[in-house]
Design a protein around this ligand. Structure first.
Ligand code: AMP
Ligand code: GLY
Length: 424
């Protein structure tokens, strides 16, 4: 069969690598892809938001399955466009992707269906938001309603900071229309865990857990980024937590979406905080995490195409989802200065060191070809993933492998997975 993947980051490279393992797949295309994805797929010069062109391509090339990796096209309704034309596609429709596209929607859904999450209020009027803050407890969390590249969340320690936050989101429109409405939410503390789940509209199956590191610098300092590294599984996501989430979070979310007439098919990413009062939902995303996919997918034993087809056909209950009994760590190699200002176009060397190395992966994020060289082309450049028998070994292997590649202004965090030392 022929598969088209839509997206251009490390997540899509991880998806393409998994698809490439399927013996049912003869040909993979990726739109628009990147220099690493080009190693397993034919890259097609169509943007992820060019829905009609993507569908034309799928029709003309007789694509059997299109996998949407990114949030923007999902929230924009790419799946509806494909389905209308009778094309097979993996991902939620627009009316279900709203679970990521609108934080106000997802908070209201959780409240209505008693899914544990932080207390909150929604505001579309800056005056009302400012008034509410006067009597609110600090710290407090402000969230732009819409998509903001994972950066629309402000944690404010003082009333002044919170007022400034409302101003920058709602009046100065720091994230454009994403800030027309905001959620003001209670501040929670605890461990964060990401659980990505396959969904067929009725059934939901969680994958192995992972944890991201969102801040740019060691010890969780610096600005929020798209994600600087991940490990999987999370030792904090124990059997008790997992049982609680299956009963109180995952299935209730599927049922809630169905009850609302918004059957969710695709990947539901549940961001959890393990608080003293039990696990609570921080956020939902409607797709694989980046860089969570880079540690979860290499550990998955199933043929990814079979699982995705089962989701589309409403037969996920027939799938026995299995993961390797090991661990993986991904360290992101970024351009120094990310997420603010950084230089691009630096030659990357040493990529060949990953060839034929079992259990090691170099997933490309911001890379491109410059003649026959591969050069940096973004803030997050590469995700170096290694497996190990446990998290400690996986981390050691991943950091060792970060030395195999070089480029000017290479930057990484040195403490990815450090939290796991606390549980030894
Ligand atoms: P989100 O995009 O909603 O996951 O938020 C991004 C990050 O902000 C999360 O990964 C948390 O680290 C932090 N965060 C979000 N909501 C809260 C909250 N209610 N309390 C504390 N931290 C939060
Ligand atoms: N790593 C967080 C995300 O993909 O949203």
């Amino acid at each position: 069969m022929k598969v088209l993947i839509v997206g251009s980051g490390g997540r899509e490279h991880a998806i393409a690598t998994s698809v490439n393992k399927s013996d049912k797949v003869d040909k993979i295309y990726c739109a628009p892809g990147n220099a690493g994805i080009a190693g397993v797929a034919e890259c097609v010069d169509i943007g992820a938001m060019e829905f009609d062109k993507l569908a034309d391509f799928a029709e003309k090339n007789e694509i059997d399955l299109t996998i949407i990796g990114m949030d923007d096209p999902l929230v924009g309704g790419v799946v509806d466009v494909f389905e209308k034309r009778g094309l097979r596609v993996f991902g939620p429709r627009k009316n279900a992707a709203i679970i990521e596209g609108s934080k106000a929607f997802s908070k209201d859904l959780m409240k209505k269906y008693n899914i544990p999450t932080a207390a909150y209020e929604n505001f579309d009027n800056p005056e009302a938001a400012l008034k509410y803050l006067e009597t609110a407890k600090m710290p407090i969390v402000l969230k732009a309603d819409g998509l903001a590249l994972g950066k629309g969340v402000l944690i404010c320690n003082t009333l002044d900071e919170a007022k400034e936050g409302v101003k920058s989101l709602m009046l100065d429109k720091q994230f454009g229309d994403a800030g027309n409405q905001i959620v003001i939410e209670e501040f929670m503390t605890g461990r964060e865990v990401s659980v990505l789940c396959y969904c067929d509209g009725t059934h939901i199956k969680p994958m192995t857990s992972a944890q991201d590191h969102k801040r740019a610098k060691d010890n969780d300092e610096g600005l929020n980024t798209g994600g600087m590294g991940t490990f999987s599984p999370s030792p904090f996501y124990n059997d008790e937590v997992s049982r609680f989430c299956e009963e109180k979070v995952y299935q209730p979310t599927m049922d809630a979406m169905k009850a609302e007439g918004r059957d969710f098919v695709g990947i539901l990413f549940v961001g959890l905080m393990l608080t003293e009062d039990g696990p609570k939902v921080l956020e939902y995303n409607a797709r694989f995490g980046d860089p969570e996919a880079q540690v979860v997918l290499p550990r998955m034993k199933n043929d990814i195409v079979d699982v995705m087809n089962a989701c589309i056909d409403g037969k996920l209950d027939e799938v026995d989802l299995q993961f390797e009994d090991n661990a993986a760590v991904c360290v992101v190699l970024a351009s120094d200065g990310y997420p603010v200002a950084y230089e691009k176009g630096k030659e990357i060397t040493g990529l060949e060191n990953f060839e034929n190395k079992d259990g090691y992966y170099v997933f490309h994020a911001g890379t491109k070809f410059d003649g026959d060289k591969i050069v940096t082309n973004g803030g997050r450049v590469l995700g170096v993933t290694a497996k190990g028998s446990d998290l400690v070994e996986a981390r050691k292997n991943a950091y060792e492998a970060t030395k195999w590649v070089s480029f000017d202004n290479k930057y990484m965090r040195n403490d990815i997975g450090k939290a796991i030392d606390e549980v030894k």
